[in-house]
Design a protein around this ligand. Sequence first.
Ligand code: AMP
Ligand code: ZN
Length: 113
Amino acid sequence: MVNCLFCKIANKEIDSKIVYETENVMVFKDIDPKAPVHFLAIPKFHISSILEIEQLDKNILKELFKAIAKVAKDYNLEKGFRVVTNTGRDAGQSVDHLHFHVLGKRKFNWPPG
Ligand code: AMP
Ligand code: ZN
């Protein structure tokens, strides 16, 4: 997708701090972390949000969640971590490429703000 920030990160046209990567998915550090651990997990294939999930191959979706589980284990987040996908303006989505925030190493409130 032309002019999509996370497509450019996936294609390595823009640098990021990659934590884990496969052919179809990437996990990288959020540039403005909201917790001591704050990663973003994305499919390299562009979809705007979870609302377009039917366009994503189910194997890639599984690969994405396996990547999240892997980094959670690799970074010792078993005690508690949060996976969030903000969808739409009211939820605070600022990049229109599906991404899951992976946040850890602090306490989180419930319900979220
Ligand atoms: P959201 O606001 O839920 O759409 O999340 C977008 C996230 O992308 C925010 O947490 C930003 O800090 C993060 N972000 C924006 N630009 C970059 C970048 N170049 N590299 C890494 N993370 C970024
Ligand atoms: Zn994209």
